[in-house]
Design a protein around this ligand. Structure first.
Ligand code: IMP
Ligand code: MG
Length: 181
C-alpha cells in the first residue's frame, strides 16, 4: 500500500515547510535571546515540527514532551474531551514556556493546555503552531507564532496522522475525503 495514493493533493511541500520553519526559528531566537526557553512538544503530532524548529533556533533552549489525547481511532473530529496521557518531566514554574503544536483546529486541546500550564506559574507562556485552521475555531486563543494558515481540510503528514498513519510523510497533504467518510 502506498500512503501517497490516498492523498487528494500536496498542500505544503517539504521545501516550503523547511523555509518557513527556518523563518520561525529566526524570529523566536530574536524574541527570546538569552531567556533559555523551554519548548514543550505536544505528542505525537508535534514531534517532526519540534525537531526541525529546535534545529532552526540559534539560542540555548530546552525541550520537554507532553502527550495529550483528544481524538480516538479513525475519527477526524475532536471530541472536546482532553486528557493528559504523559505529563512533562520537569516543573515549568518561572520558566519561559513555548508550546509547540502541529495544528490548531477547534482550539479545545490548546485551550486545555494553556489553562493547565498557567496554573503552574510559568514566567511566560507562548504558543507556536505549524498550522492554523482558523475557520474551525470554537475557542478563542492568541497564537504567538503560526507557520501556515490552512483551509478547512483534513491534512496529514509531517507528524499529523489519520488512524496513526501518514506521520512520516515529509510534506503536508490533504487526505481524500472518501478515506474517512
Ligand atoms: P483541536 O482541539 O480541535 O484544536 O484539535 C487539535 C488536535 O487535533 C491537533 O493537535 C491534531 O492532533 C488533531 N487534528 C486537528 N485537525 C487535524 C487534521 O487536519 N489532521 C490531523 N490531525 C488533526
Ligand atoms: Mg496534536
Amino acid at each position: 500500500m502506498r500512503l501517497e495514493d490516498n492523498l487528494a493533493k500536496i498542500l505544503i511541500p517539504s521545501d516550503r515547510l523547511q523555509a518557513r520553519i527556518y523563518e520561525l526559528g529566526a524570529q523566536i531566537s530574536k524574541d527570546y535571546g538569552d531567556a533559555r526557553p523551554l519548548l514543550v512538544c505536544v505528542l505525537k503530532g508535534g514531534v517532526m515540527f519540534l525537531s526541525d524548529l529546535s534545529r532552526a533556533l540559534s539560542i540555548p533552549h530546552e525541550l520537554d514532551f507532553m502527550a495529550i489525547s483528544s481524538y480516538g481511532g479513525k475519527r477526524v473530529e475532536t471530541s472536546g474531551v482532553v486528557r493528559i496521557i504523559m505529563d512533562l518531566n520537569a516543573s515549568i514554574e518561572r520558566r519561559h514556556v513555548l508550546i509547540v503544536e502541529d495544528i490548531i483546529d477547534t482550539g479545545h486541546t490548546l485551550s486545555y493546555m494553556v489553562d493547565t500550564f498557567k496554573a503552574r506559574n510559568p514566567a511566560s507562556l507562548k504558543i507556536c503552531a505549524l498550522l492554523n485552521k482558523s475557520e474551525r475555531r470554537e475557542k478563542e486563543i492568541l497564537l504567538d507564532y503560526v507557520g501556515f494558515d490552512i483551509p478547512n481540510e483534513f491534512v496529514v503528514g509531517y507528524g499529523l496522522d489519520f488512524d496513526e498513519l501518514y506521520r512520516n510523510l515529509p510534506y503536508i497533504g490533504v487526505l481524500k475525503p472518501e478515506m474517512y467518510s
